[in-house]
Design a protein around this ligand. Structure first.
Ligand code: URA
Ligand code: SF4
Length: 183
């Protein structure tokens, strides 16, 4: 259980672990990096500034936040928004299990760490977000074809305003897939 987990040093920082939220049979899963200050207070993913931007992006493609599953690569507070490989390794069995149970048709990586995790899991080459943002990869797996979408982290658009319109454009292009998925 994530509540009692002490598999990596990040447990010391946390107030509430942030496991994830959304319908257990969601067709779309979003994976961020890890909880920030507000997420740690509330125990919910993407409730701070980056979350507000994410809500707008979801809205722009006609998705309701309640219909997607939202989680992160690591589940405990990251005071400086940084993770080590060891922390990712310790925590991602939880994410593996979430993907197995939700079994989404589409997984949207929000930022580099999620993209790297997915590239290892699904065996594709991830060079950089600069080169691959907005791409949709179709990965055959035993149970189904999984679509993997590579997106900049919404917080990157807040830190770096010129990226904001790039991110909005990437999401706009995604809208077709989202609607097909929702039928
Ligand atoms: N940033 C993330 O990566 N995840 C959150 O839940 C919030 C901010
Ligand atoms: Fe456990 Fe993950 Fe928290 Fe580390 S970040 S203590 S592995 S739940």
């Amino acid at each position: 259980m994530v509540e009692e987990c002490r598999k990596c040093p990040l447990w010391k920082n946390r107030n509430k672990p942030v496991f994830g939220e959304g319908p257990p049979d969601a067709k779309i899963m979003l994976i961020g990096l890890g909880p920030g200050y507000h997420e740690d207070r509330e125990g919910r993913p993407f409730v701070g500034a980056a979350g507000k931007f994410l809500n707008k992006l979801l809205d722009s493609v006609g998705l309701k936040r309640e219909e997607v599953y939202i989680t992160n690569v690591v589940k405990c507070y990251l005071p400086e928004n940084k993770v080590t490989d060891e922390e990712v390794k310790a925590c991602t069995p939880y994410l593996d299990k979430q993907i197995e149970l939700v079994d989404p048709e589409t997984i949207i990586a929000l930022g580099n760490t999620a993209a790297e995790y997915l590239s290892k899991k699904y065996r594709f080459q991830f060079t950089s977000m600069e080169k691959m943002h907005g791409q949709v990869l179709r990965i055959p797996t035993i149970s189904r074809e999984v679509k993997i979408v590579l997106m900049y982290h919404p917080a990157a658009g807040l830190r770096n305003p010129p990226l904001r319109s790039v991110i909005e454009d990437d999401w706009r292009k995604l809208s077709l897939i989202c609607h097909k998925n929702n039928k």
